[in-house]
Design a protein around this ligand. Structure first.
Ligand code: ACO
Length: 322
C-alpha cells in the first residue's frame, strides 16, 4: 500500500491527443488470413476492427503534438517525457529520445515498459516527478503490437493492434487530481504472456483471462481504499481494453454496470500501453466526464503487471495551473 499523499504537490491533465494508423483491419479481413469468423471474434472479445501499421515513434509524435497543442504549454517548460511502450522502435536508444527530438523538447526522456498497465504506471510516475519538483510532464502511451504479432495465430492475431495516446500533466497548487493509486506485478505469471527479444507475443489466453479479472478487481479495490472512496463514488471506469468479457466480468465483480465503463476496443482492439488513454480521450471528447467526476483507471498486462489510479476530474484544469 503506498504512503499517504497528504502534503504532496498535485497535478492535473491539461491536454490530450490520440493517434491511430490509417490502415484498418476488420474481422472480415482476418477471415481471409486464417480460420476464424467475425461473429466468433465479436462474441469472444468484443472487437470489430483494429488499426495496424506504423512506428511507435511516429504515432507518439502525432499524439504528443496534439496533447501539447491542446494544453498550450511552452515546449521549453516540459520537464520530462515518459513514453509507456512495450514495442520501442529499437533496443537502444529509448524511443522517447526520438519522440522528444521530433517534438522539439529538451528534457528528461525515457521509455517505461509495464505492458498494458504502462500508461497508468506512467501517470503515477509523472505525479511522482511533479511531487519532486517537475512542473510539466508529457506522458505518452503507444504500442505497435502488430509488429510482434504472429499473423497466422488466430488465438492472438484477433486481439492485438496499434495506437497511441498522450497527456500533458501539469503541477498545481494543492492536491490536484490524483486521489489514490496502486501498482503491482507478479513475475511468477510471466510465462502466460510474453515475447522473446525479436519474437512474437505468445499467450495462454484462458489463463490470462482468468487472472486478469482478479487482478483488475484487486488493484481497483486497493486504489479506492487508498483514495478513501467507495465504488458508489466512481463516475467512470477507464479499463484496459483487452476483451469486453474481461471488462464486463470485472465491472460485475466491482458492482458497477457496463454503462460506467469507457470502451473503445470494438474499434481499436488491444493497443496495450495506448488502450487506457485512448479510452480516456474518447470519453473526454464525447463529454462523458464532467467536472468533479471520480474516474478509475485500471489496467493489467504481461508481467503480469497491474496498475490503477483514482482521479477527481477537473474540466477547467488550466485554471488550476500555475
Ligand atoms: N476464431 C475461431 N475460433 C477460435 C479462435 C478464433 N480466432 N481462437 C480460438 N478459437 C477456438 C479454439 O481453438 C477453441 O476451440 P476448441 O474448443 O475446439 O479447442 C475455442 O475457440 C475456444 O477457445 P478458447 O481459447 O477457450 O477461447 P476463449 O473464449 O478463451 O477466447 C481469447 C479466446 C479471446 C483469446 C480469450 O481467452 C482472451 O481474451 N483471453 C485474454 C487475453 C488478453 O486479455 N490478453 C491481453 C493481455 S494484456 C497484454 O499485456 C498484451
Amino acid at each position: 500500500m503506498p504512503a499517504t499523499r497528504e502534503g504532496v504537490r498535485g497535478a492535473v491533465i491539461t491536454g490530450w491527443g490520440s493517434a491511430l494508423p490509417e490502415k484498418v483491419l476488420t474481422n472480415h479481413d482476418l477471415e481471409k488470413m486464417f480460420d476464424t469468423d467475425h461473429d466468433w471474434i465479436v462474441d469472444r472479445s468484443g472487437i470489430h476492427q483494429r488499426h495496424v501499421g506504423g512506428l511507435t515513434s511516429a504515432l507518439s509524435i502525432e499524439s504528443g503534438r496534439q496533447a501539447l497543442e491542446m494544453s498550450g504549454v511552452d515546449l521549453a517548460d516540459i520537464d520530462a517525457l515518459v513514453l509507456a511502450t512495450t514495442t520501442p522502435d529499437r533496443a537502444v536508444p529509448a524511443t522517447a529520445s526520438t519522440v522528444q527530438h521530433a517534438l522539439g523538447l529538451r528534457c528528461g526522456a525515457f521509455d517505461l515498459n509495464a505492458a498494458c498497465s504502462g500508461w497508468v504506471y506512467g501517470l503515477i510516475n509523472a505525479h511522482g516527478l511533479i511531487a519532486m519538483g517537475a512542473e510539466k510532464v508529457l506522458l505518452i502511451g503507444t504500442d505497435t503490437l502488430s509488429n510482434i504479432t504472429d499473423w497466422t495465430d488466430r488465438g492472438t492475431a484477433i486481439l492485438f493492434a496499434d495506437g497511441s495516446a498522450a497527456s500533458v500533466i501539469e503541477a498545481v497548487d494543492g492536491p490536484g487530481q490524483m486521489l489514490g493509486w496502486d501498482l503491482d506485478s507478479d513475475g511468477s505469471a510471466e510465462k502466460y504472456l510474453y515475447a522473446e527479444l525479436g519474437g512474437n507475443l505468445l499467450m495462454e489466453g484462458r489463463e490470462v483471462f482468468r487472472r486478469a479479472v482478479r487482478i483488475m478487481v484487486d488493484s481497483a479495490t486497493k486504489s479506492m481504499k487508498h483514495a478513501g472512496v467507495s465504488i458508489d463514488d466512481i463516475a467512470l471506469v477507464v479499463p484496459h481494453q483487452a476483451n469486453i468479457r474481461i471488462i464486463s466480468a470485472s465491472m460485475d465483480r466491482l458492482g458497477l454496470s457496463m454503462d460506467k465503463a469507457a470502451i473503445v476496443l470494438d474499434r481499436t482492439g488491444n493497443t496495450s500501453s495506448a488502450s487506457i488513454p485512448l479510452a480516456l480521450n474518447d470519453a473526454l471528447d464525447n463529454g462523458r466526464i464532467s467536472d468533479g467526476d471520480l474516474v478509475l483507471f485500471v489496467g493489467f498486462g504481461a508481467g503480469m503487471s497491474a496498475a490503477s489510479a483514482i482521479v477527481r476530474w477537473t474540466t477547467t484544469a488550466q485554471e488550476h495551473t500555475k
